[in-house]
Design a protein around this ligand. Structure first.
Ligand code: ATP
Length: 236
C-alpha cells in the first residue's frame, strides 16, 4: 500500500534520511523505531508532503505521492498524528475534531463518523466544549488521534503518540492502536518505546543515525533477538 523507495531528505546540509526504503502492506501495523535524531519524524513528514525529498519516492496504492501537496496526500487517504499532538489550544475539542474532517465533503457521513468517534473516545464527549489547552496530555493525545481519524484515512501515521504520557495513558494509546488495527486500519507508528512497539506491530523497522534502515523484521524475529533495544538502538 505504501512504498517508500530509496528516500533521501536533507535539512539544509544535514542528511536526515539517506536511502531509506520501507513498505507497509494493506492492513498491516508497522513500527519505526530508532534513537533520537535517527530521522523518524523526517520520514513521516516527507510521506505527508511537509518536506520535499532530495531523491527517492513515496508511492501509495500505486500512485506517486512524492511531489503532491499535503492536502492532496490527505485526500489520497494518508493522515498523520503529529509529534507533540498539535492541538489548537484556544479552539474547543469539538472544533479541533471538525478540523480533522475539513478535507471531506460528505457531511452526513462526517456527522456519523463524529458520533462514532465520541463513542470510541468518551472523554472527548465530556470535554466537547472545553478549549483544547485545558485537556490533560492523555486527553489531548486521544483528541489528536480522533482528529486524524476524522479525515477517514486508509493509512494512519503516528509520531511518538505516547511521549510524556503517564503509564496508564500509554496503555490506553496502545490499546486504541491495537483496536484500530483489528478493525483493518493500516498503521505506521513511530515510537521511542521500541519494546512495546514490536509487541503490537506486525513488523518493525529499526533506523540508525542518518536515517538508514539498520534492520527490520517481524515481531517474532525481533523478539528472538533478545534485548535488541539496548543492544542496537542504544548504539545508534
Ligand atoms: P526525534 O525522536 O528526536 O524526533 P527523529 O528520529 O524523529 O528524532 P528527525 O527529527 O527526523 O529524527 O531528525 C533527523 C536529523 O535531522 C537530526 O539530526 C535533526 O537534528 C535534523 N533535523 C530535523 N529537523 C530539522 C530541521 N527542521 N532543520 C534542521 N535539521 C533538522
Amino acid at each position: 500500500m505504501l512504498s517508500v523507495t530509496d528516500l533521501t531528505v536533507h535539512h539544509g546540509r544535514v542528511a536526515a534520511v539517506q536511502g531509506l526504503s520501507l513498505d507497509v502492506r494493506e492492513g498491516e501495523f508497522v513500527g519505526l523505531v530508532g534513537h533520537n535524531g535517527a530521522g523518524k519524524t523526517t520520514t513521516l513528514m516527507t510521506i505527508v508532503g511537509a518536506y520535499r525529498p532530495t531523491s527517492g519516492s513515496v508511492g501509495f496504492d500505486g500512485r506517486d505521492l512524492t511531489r503532491l501537496s499535503p492536502d492532496r496526500i490527505l485526500r489520497a487517504g494518508v493522515s498523520m498524528v503529529p509529534e507533540g499532538r498539535r492541538i489548537f489550544g484556544r479552539l474547543s475539542v469539538g472544533e479541533n475534531l471538525k478540523i480533522g474532517a475539513i478535507c471531506r465533503r460528505e457531511r452526513r457521513q462526517v456527522d456519523e463518523d463524529l458520533d462514532r468517534m465520541l463513542e470510541r473516545f468518551p472523554v472527548l464527549k465530556k470535554t466537547w466544549h472545553k478549549p483544547g489547552a485545558q485537556l490533560s496530555g492523555g486527553e489531548q493525545q486521544q483528541l489528536a488521534i480522533a482528529r486524524a481519524l476524522l479525515a477517514s484515512p486508509r493509512l494512519l501515521l503516528l509520531d511518538e503518540p505516547t511521549l510524556g504520557l503517564a503509564p496508564l495513558m500509554v496503555d490506553r494509546v496502545f490499546d486504541i492502536l491495537e483496536q484500530l488495527h483489528a478493525e483493518g486500519l493500516t498503521i505506521l507508528l513511530v515510537e521511542q518505546n521500541a519494546a512495546r512497539t514490536i509487541e503490537v506491530a506486525d513488523r518493525t523497522y529499526v533506523l540508525r543515525t542518518g536515517g538508514r534502515v539498520q534492520f527490520h523484521g517481524t515481531s517474532e524475529e525481533l523478539a528472538a533477538m533478545g534485548d535488541f533495544e539496548s543492544a542496537y538502538i542504544g548504539m545508534g
